[in-house]
Structures are given as structure tokens and as C-alpha cells.
Design a protein around this ligand. Structure first.
Ligand code: NAD
Length: 267
């Protein structure tokens, strides 16, 4: 059987036309294309922006097959391959001129107050915890059972190193190199007054530490647990965040890509 490449793409016109072009080129080199997240695929190819990469990771249920992205949007952090370099990418892929990066993911495990109901989600970039009606959210935060703060503000972000350049960075968090073994807690509009004391800056947490949150809500509101832009709504809960066992593998063709990208995007 021919080697299978899974293609994921967003629905904008440019991605559609690049998808057709790439499919033709890959088939002419002997690959079989699947749009159904084939479990025997050798590559997950995402066409679009960073959002397309994140959707592919979630739609494939954090597939163990390595990912690579062709960028059809603005500068993409996950989308290394630029449209003019598609032929070179196919040659480099066939000749295995790449290395594989393993990206940390986060797991959030929640238990709803007053019940045994639990849920679990994973994220490659970050989790955002905020109120469903945009009012202030109050959260007791613990690191390994040590009470850290009672946060009051707009939201808390828990981000991976790979996600540190996304929402986390816009919220004033630090950039963590993708292979650093830790994760980051970053406040969004924290309240600091006589009544509330919240950390104003982000906190980097070591890989094995467990971050726990007791989300306290006023009235009957729910809160939102947003995983890489995908929203889940829950009533009051205790949530534990940890670095998950799951890693997302990404092919890297240019070893300087990360630092070039930081400079291009932010400076
Ligand atoms: P999208 O492709 O529109 O992504 C939104 C923006 O986030 C794009 O500019 C994208 O390049 C950037 N981005 C995503 N992941 C990145 C990363 N790891 N490093 C640097 N930039 C990154 O698609 P979407 O589905 O809306 O993406 C969801 C992501 O959007 C979330 O995971 C979150 O990080 C990001 N986001 C950012 C803000 C903000 O910066 N104020 C607000 C909401 C969501």
C-alpha cells in the first residue's frame, strides 16, 4: 500500500486551492491522501494558519502521527512551510531532511462541586478560565496543595511553552522556549486592591507540579474552560492542571525556525 498522508485544512479559498495543488504533487510522488484522519498515516499535514494546526490536533484527538503546517494565513507559529517552498518541503520530507520536535500538552481535570461528575480536556496552547457572563471570576489557586492566591479578575490562563507566544504573550506572560519543562499561569486584568491580592505577573511552574483551582462563582453562573479557543461551559468546579503524558510531534525543517519566527512576529 502507498504511504498515507492525512490532510487537514481550513475552508478559506487560498487553503482550498493550495490543498488541491499539494494533493496533486504528493500523489504524483506516490503518496495516498486521506481526509479522514487515517490511523496508518505517516504525516498530518495542516493547511491554513495556526488555528488550522490547533483544530487538526483537536480533531485528530491529539494524534501521535507527526504534524507539519503549510501557512496560508499571516505568520504562523506552527505553520513552518511557506507556499513558495512546497516543492522543497516535499523533497525534504521524502529524503527525511527534518527533525521531530515533541511539544508538551496540558491536561485539565475538573470535578463539579457537590457531585462526582468529572471531565477532562487537553490543550496544546492554553486553557483560559473565565466567567460565562464576563463578570469578575474568583478562583482559589494552589500549587501542589499550597494556597497561592485568591484570584479576582477577568481570567486566568494556563499555557504550555508552545502556547506561550499566543494569548499568554498578549496578556504579558513570558515566552518559554518550546522544550522547557514547565508551564505558565498568567492573569488577565487581575484586581489588586485592599480587598483582593492577585499576582500581577505570570508564574512559571515546574513540569511535575500540579496547579489546582477552586472556581468560586457568585449566583448561578457557569464558567468557561477554553482549550485552544474551544469553549466548554461548566458549573462550579475544582480543576487540576498538569503537563499531560500526550506529546504533539511536529516536523521541523529549518532548525533556526523558532528564533526567526519570534523575531519576525514580534519585533
Ligand atoms: P487563529 O489562527 O485565528 O489564531 C489566533 C491568533 O493566535 C493568530 O494570530 C495566530 O497566529 C496566533 N497563535 C495561535 N497559536 C499561537 C502560538 N502558539 N504562538 C503564537 N501565536 C499563535 O485561530 P484560533 O482558532 O482563533 O486560535 C486559537 C488561539 O488564539 C488560542 O489558542 C489563543 O492562544 C489565541 N488567542 C489569542 C488572543 C490574544 O492574543 N489576545 C485572544 C484569544 C485567542
Amino acid at each position: 500500500m502507498n504511504q498515507i498522508i492525512n490532510i487537514f485544512y481550513n475552508k478559506n479559498k487560498k487553503s482550498q486551492s493550495i490543498r488541491e495543488e499539494v494533493q496533486e504533487k504528493l500523489e504524483s510522488r506516490g503518496f495516498t491522501i486521506s481526509y479522514d484522519n487515517h490511523p496508518d498515516g505517516i504525516l498530518n499535514l495542516c493547511i491554513g494558519g495556526d488555528g488550522a494546526f490547533l483544530r487538526a490536533v483537536h480533531d485528530s484527538n491529539f494524534s501521535p502521527i507527526p504534524f507539519v503546517g503549510i501557512n496560508t494565513g499571516h505568520l504562523g507559529f506552527y505553520q513552518e512551510i511557506l507556499i513558495p517552498h512546497i516543492d522543497r518541503f516535499i523533497d525534504d520530507f521524502i529524503h527525511q531532511n527534518y527533525h521531530v520536535e515533541s511539544l508538551f500538552t496540558l491536561q485539565a481535570q475538573g470535578i463539579i462541586h457537590g457531585s462526582n461528575q468529572s471531565y477532562r480536556h487537553r490543550a496544546l496552547n492554553e486553557f483560559v478560565i473565565k466567567n460565562s457572563d464576563n463578570s469578575i471570576i474568583y478562583i482559589d489557586v494552589y500549587v501542589d496543595d499550597n494556597h497561592l492566591e485568591t484570584f479576582a479578575g477577568d481570567a486566568l490562563l494556563v499555557s504550555t511553552p508552545a502556547g506561550s507566544t499566543a494569548y499568554n504573550f498578549s496578556a504579558g506572560g513570558s515566552i518559554l522556549y518550546q522544550q522547557l519543562e514547565g508551564y505558565q499561569l498568567t492573569p488577565l486584568a487581575p484586581i489588586n486592591s485592599k480587598a483582593y491580592r492577585s499576582l500581577l505577573n505570570s508564574l512559571v511552574i515546574p513540569k511535575h507540579a500540579v496547579l489546582k483551582m477552586d472556581v468560586r462563582l457568585r449566583g448561578d453562573h457557569n464558567f468557561l474552560l477554553i482549550a485552544d479557543g474551544i469553549t466548554h461551559e461548566y458549573p462550579k468546579a475544582k480543576i487540576s492542571f498538569t503537563i499531560s503524558e500526550t506529546r504533539v510531534k511536529k516536523l521541523v525543517f529549518n532548525e533556526n525556525w523558532y528564533w526567526l519566527n519570534i523575531k519576525d512576529k514580534f519585533l
